[in-house]
Design a protein around this ligand. Structure first.
Ligand SMILES: Nc1nc2c(ncn2[C@@H]2O[C@H](COP(=O)(O)OP(=O)(O)O)[C@@H](O)[C@H]2O)c(=O)[nH]1
Ligand SMILES: [Mg+2]
Length: 452
């Protein structure tokens, strides 16, 4: 199933270039040390976390990559960066989809498929989609409405079943989902090749719900127990996947709402916890919006969405050497305006640290420790808004920004006067520091009282 379409090849290339950037930045040469690989793995770790992969899953995944990446043959190869990316990509695909992922049909029909998952995860929709899919393949399908928690749930399945043109077993008077499920199976034995049982979920994992799905499970002995997971669940995917897999012998996962802007991390979390393959992906609300799962697409999504990776790529191109030198010169000449400040914040953010820029300033000892300074994206956005709300004169000469100007700027930028004050204070401090730096002539030791 891991088809290598042109899209994926391109993703792979882009990713390759990005991480090449990391390695270039790290070493400036082709050879890598174990330490370099660790640094790269840290970047990948951030990318995974940003893609909403739960931390334990991230750790487990990276351990697998590390074991493969820190081998002599990789480190000594001519293109270690590319090798590491290749490993990351391969490992993701391997974990996400190496296993058999089609529905396993029973040799004693009807094949019984049970769907379980939290409320709103897309179980009822998935039941109908799956019914529709299997009907098109020539199977006689019966859907069973074993969610009695909400009256509307039965109706929903009936409507969807009718749309799909498959039978629905429902009992509007029933009180016990176990009875409905059992009756549904009995009916299925006469009328269907495949019986799909929809069950009730709750908003959060709770004992009652687990108890109920377990009882339904025990009475229908399904061939497939599919855990339905909303891809937008993010970090919580791990919790619910864990809870369901502890109570039910899951055979696979249906990942829904992949048409949204989910970053795909839930896929890796769920697969790591359940050790079961994702069999289908829901990609919309319509009956036909169900696809076999493509591990390579999700792998690319998970890796490709990492802002961190983009950031690394950008660092090389945005802060070209000339830019950095120009900036450094300005700093030395202390002709540093709020516009520059904003520019610099943005660059620093893109580079992931202020250290690289400062290192380019000549003759400044002991600034290495600054390389750990982080700039928060929210801060940069706020600062940007504030500076954009200033007039050009104000940007050049912030001393003219009086109290009334401050409130005007705060209003214009949707921030508080306190934010404006903070920024001006910060800028003033930065400028003072730069003036002190500029008094230090490169190579001639310290003249000003630069506080190192
Ligand atoms: N965009 C999108 N919406 C979906 C998908 N699957 C389900 N939904 C929507 O999610 C909501 C909850 O689905 P439902 O099947 O009722 O969830 P249940 O509570 O688990 O049975 C409904 O509004 C569905 O239309 C999907 O793959 N993509
Ligand atoms: Mg439902």
């Amino acid at each position: 199933m891991a088809a290598d379409g042109p899209y994926n090849e391109r993703m792979f290339e882009v990713l390759g270039e990005r991480l090449e950037g990391v390695f270039k930045r790290l070493r400036g040469k082709g050879r890598l040390t174990e330490k370099d690989v660790e640094a790269a793995l840290r970047e990948i770790r951030l990318a995974l976390l940003e893609a909403d992969v739960a931390l334990p899953a991230t750790k487990q995944f990276l351990a697998g990559v590390r074991a493969r990446a820190i081998g002599d043959d990789i480190l000594k190869s001519l293109t270690p960066g590319q090798q590491v990316i290749k490993i990351v990509h391969e490992e993701l695909i391997r974990i996400l989809g190496e296993k058999e992922s089609a529905i396993r049909f029973s040799s004693h029909p009807p094949t019984v498929i049970m769907l379980a998952g939290l409320q709103g995860s897309g179980k009822t929709t998935a039941a109908a989609k799956l019914g529709n899919h299997l009907k098109k393949k020539g199977r006689r399908v019966l859907l069973v409405a074993a969610d009695l928690e909400r009256p509307a749930a039965i109706k929903q399945l009936e409507v969807l079943g009718e749309q799909a043109g498959v039978g629905v077993h429902a009992d509007h008077e029933a009180k016990d989902p176990v009875v409905v499920a059992r009756d549904g199976i009995e009916r299925g034995k006469m009328q269907a090749d495949v019986v799909i049982v929809d069950t009730a979920g709750r908003l959060h994992v709770d004992e009652d719900m687990m108890d109920q799905v377990q009882r339904v499970h025990d009475v229908i002995s399904p061939d497939e127990v599919l855990f339905v997971l909303d891809a937008m669940t993010g970090q919580d995917a791990l919790l619910s996947a864990n809870a369901f897999s502890e109570r039910l012998p899951l055979t696979g996962i249906v990942l829904t709402k992949l048409d949204g802007d989910a970053r795909g991390g839930a896929a890796l979390s769920a697969v790591t916890v359940t050790k079961k393959p994702i069999k289908f992906a829901g990609v919309g609300e319509k009956l036909t919006d169900l696809e076999p799962f493509h591990p390579d697409r999700i792998a690319s999504r998970i890796l490709g969405m990492g802002d961190v990776l983009t950031l690394i790529e950008k660092a090389e191109e945005v802060v070209s050497k000339e830019d950095a030198e120009k900036q450094a010169k300005k700093i030395l000449e202390a002709s540093f305006t709020l516009e520059d400040f904003l520019d610099q914040m943005q660059q620093v953010r893109k580079m992931g640290g202020i250290g690289d820029m400062i290192k380019m300033l000549p003759g400044i000892p002991g600034v290495g420790k600054l390389s750990d300074v982080d700039v928060d994206e929210g801060d940069v956005k706020r600062i940007e808004a504030i500076i954009r709300s200033m007039t050009p004169q104000e940007r050049r000469d912030p001393r003219m920004i009086s109290g009334s100007r401050r409130s005007r700027i705060a209003r214009g930028s949707g921030t508080a006067v306190r934010d404006v004050n903070d920024l001006l204070k910060q800028f003033d401090a930065a400028r003072k520091m730069m003036k002190q730096m500029s008094r230090m002539k490169p190579g001639k030791g310290r003249k000003g009282g630069f506080p190192l």
